[in-house]
Structure formats: structure tokens, C-alpha cells
Design a protein around this ligand. Structure first.
Ligand SMILES: NC(=O)c1ccc[n+]([C@@H]2O[C@H](COP(=O)([O-])OP(=O)(O)OC[C@H]3O[C@@H](n4cnc5c(N)ncnc54)[C@H](OP(=O)(O)O)[C@@H]3O)[C@@H](O)[C@H]2O)c1
Length: 342
């Protein structure tokens, strides 16, 4: 019988900066799951902008916790070993996990916390599962932060959002987070205006957006709804939009949930809070939750939530996936598949 494998292929970087070329192919020991962790044979991992923002040093000195660092937290795989105290999984289980900020996903094996690991049914592919944890959870938490509480697909605004928004804007609706936000907003029965580049206008209406705006046109830059609607809420997934652009297109009472807030946005948010402003900017930082991941996987299984994969790469070409994410022009999600065609 062949001896069990002790090392694995992985990509890691050993200093801040360097982009895709800073990622090096290495052969390193397979990690051991500690208490509360599972060891996965990784099948797919998806890259999020936070992964290369950490490499750029944008969360310096907190992340990464140490060098060298194997990046990427969103993954699907098969459980091969359980750490102490883990009783709800067994070897052979197919799962979806997020190991943020520990990372480790750009490898053949990775450890993940059992508390943020959920079962992946056969109907949900490894690529779909790996795409969900950060992007879809962020979209879901954006909608919840607007006051949306029901996603029953009835299309009935009144039923789901008596106190919540009716008209919403999703910016960067063609991206990883935005393409889920459009679909979740439609499941909540909202009227959705979406911004994206010209090439993706049909893509976002295909996801269910009621109207779409090219962000490079003057109307798009002003976020002006083609039908003249004012927004009760905005799922803001693009970067660098000043408050002066939002204010004229918002309803009298409105919430902009911003997942890319800069210093000016944070200051604006604080000022609005202390002055009890009715138009509010709310910064949001994802806090992953197991029950939300389970719900998103189930929605995918039922065919109600679609993951659009922009591009797939084998581990041997993961630098290309990294570069593609850094370019900022993905339509949907960028996935690295460990068993993929080399
Ligand atoms: N706060 C949190 O916890 C949290 C969680 C997840 C993500 N985020 C952040 O949210 C942002 C979006 O993440 P993502 O994964 O969705 O990124 P992504 O997939 O890389 O987004 C790329 C897409 O955004 C579109 N886009 C870029 N600028 C745009 C603009 N001004 N207006 C309309 N569309 C625009 C691009 O269209 P074109 O190709 O046509 O330009 C492209 O399709 C990132 O900055 C990420 O770091 C934050």
C-alpha cells in the first residue's frame, strides 16, 4: 500500500506586494487540523478582491498573520480528517468552507473551521460552492442591513418588505457580490436597478434586474434610474462613489450599504448617525455565518440562486486567476479548480 501523502502543492507569497508574480508554487507539508477544524482535500477555491488586497498590504499589520502565506479563504472540498471535538462531519463528506483570515485555499489540502463549514449536496458543484461564502454572504448581509427579511420569491414587495426598501440600486452588479445581490433582491420582490459596464447590460437583466445602467455613461455616472425611480436602498459594491452622487437619487429615507467604504465614507456615516439623518450610509464588513452559508447552498441546490463563473483555472495557473481578479473586470466569480485540466 502506498504511504499516505505528506506534502502538497500550494501557492504562497512571502512578502507584501508583487501581485500574481508574488505567488510562488511550492511543495509544503499537508496541514493538520487542530481542535474545531476539518482538513479538506480542496476541490475548488474562489478568489475575492480581499485576497489580493491583503497581499497588497491594505490590512497591514494585521493580515496576513505571518509569512509565508497561502491565500484564499473560500473553498469546497472533501473532508479527509477531523480535528478534536468535531462530530458533525466525517471523512468523505463534501463541504463548503470559509477559512478567513487564515486562508490556505490555494492548495491541494487546507484546514477550515468546522463552525464555518457546511454540507454541499451533489446538486451544487464544487465551483458553485466555493463561490458562495464571501460574495453571496456579503450580498445577503447587504440586503439584511437594508431591512430585507424575506426572500420567498413571491415577488410581493408588500409581503416581504413592509418596513424595508422597494426600489434598490445594485452597483457593480456584474461582479462577484453584485451578481448575487441582484438575484437575492429579486427573490425579495424588489425593483432592481443595476449598474455595470456596457458589455454586461444583458447579463444583469438576465439575472433579474429590472433596469440596467452603463456606469461609463453620464446617466450611469449619476446613478440615474432610467425609469426615474429614487432608491430606498443601495447595495453598493463599486468603489469610489462620493456621497454627492448618491444624495440626489435617493428617496427621502434611504440606506446605502457600502462594502467598500473609504475614510470619507466612514466619516460621513458617523456624521449621519449622530445627526439622525434619514439618508444613511452604512459601512458593512462581512461576518460569515454558518446558517447563512447553509441557506445559500440550499438556495443554489433549489436552483433559485445562480453562480456565474467568469473563468476557471487549474492550480498550476492560479496566478492567472489572481491577475484576473486584480484587473477588476470579472463577470461573476473566478475559480481555481484543484483537479482541473492542467
Ligand atoms: N466589506 C466586505 O466585507 C466585503 C466583502 C466582499 C467584497 N467586498 C468588496 O466589494 C467589492 C466588490 O467585490 P466583488 O467580488 O464583487 O468584485 P469583482 O467581482 O472583482 O467586481 C468586478 C466587477 O465590477 C464591475 N465594476 C467595477 N467598477 C464598477 C463601477 N464603478 N460601476 C459598475 N460596475 C463596476 C466590473 O465591471 P467592468 O468589467 O465592466 O468594469 C466587474 O464586472 C470589492 O472592492 C471587494 O473588496 C467587501
Amino acid at each position: 500500500m502506498a504511504a499516505p501523502k505528506k506534502t502538497m502543492r500550494a501557492l504562497q507569497y512571502d512578502k507584501y506586494g508583487g501581485g500574481a508574480e508574488g505567488l510562488k508554487h511550492v511543495e509544503v507539508p499537508i496541514p493538520s487540523p487542530k481542535k474545531g477544524e476539518v482538513l479538506l482535500k480542496v476541490e475548488a477555491a474562489s478568489i475575492n478582491p480581499i485576497d489580493w488586497k491583503i497581499q497588497k498590504g491594505m490590512l497591514r499589520p494585521f493580515l496576513p498573520r505571518k509569512f509565508p502565506f497561502i491565500p484564499v479563504g473560500d473553498m469546497s472540498g472533501e473532508v479527509v480528517e477531523l480535528g478534536g471535538g468535531v462530530t458533525n462531519f466525517k471523512p468523505g463528506d463534501k463541504v463548503v468552507s470559509i477559512s478567513f483570515p487564515t486562508g490556505g485555499g490555494l492548495a491541494e489540502y487546507a484546514v477550515a473551521p468546522a463552525s464555518l463549514t457546511v454540507a454541499r449536496p451533489a446538486e451544487v458543484s464544487a465551483a458553485e460552492g466555493a463561490s458562495l461564502p464571501t460574495a453571496a454572504s456579503t450580498a445577503l448581509q447587504q440586503l439584511k442591513a437594508m431591512g430585507v427579511s424575506s426572500f420567498d420569491g413571491s415577488g410581493s414587495v408588500a409581503a416581504s418588505t413592509d418596513n424595508g426598501p422597494k426600489n434598490v440600486l445594485v452597483t457593480a452588479a456584474s461582479g462577484g457580490v453584485g451578481h448575487y445581490a441582484v438575484q437575492l433582491a429579486k427573490l425579495a420582490g424588489l425593483h432592481v436597478t443595476a449598474t455595470c459596464g456596457a458589455r454586461n447590460l444583458g447579463f444583469v437583466t438576465g439575472l433579474g434586474a429590472d433596469e440596467a445602467l452603463d456606469y461609463k455613461t453620464p446617466e450611469g455616472a449619476r446613478l440615474q434610474s432610467p425609469s426615474g425611480k429614487r432608491y430606498d436602498a443601495v447595495a453598493h459594491c463599486a468603489t469610489g462613489t462620493p456621497w454627492s452622487v448618491f444624495a440626489p437619487v435617493l428617496a427621502d429615507t434611504a440606506t446605502v450599504v457600502d462594502v467598500t467604504p473609504g475614510v470619507a465614507a466612514a466619516a460621513r456615516s458617523l456624521l449621519q448617525k449622530v445627526t439622525f439623518a434619514r439618508q444613511r450610509l452604512v459601512p458593512l464588513v462581512l461576518v460569515p455565518k454558518k446558517e447563512e452559508m447553509e441557506w445559500l447552498v440550499e438556495l443554489t441546490r433549489q436552483g433559485k440562486l445562480r453562480t456565474v463563473v467568469d473563468s476557471r483555472y487549474p492550480l498550476s495557473r492560479a496566478q492567472e486567476a489572481w491577475a484576473k481578479s486584480m484587473e477588476g473586470h470579472a463577470t461573476g466569480k473566478i475559480v481555481v479548480e484543484m483537479g482541473g485540466e492542467e
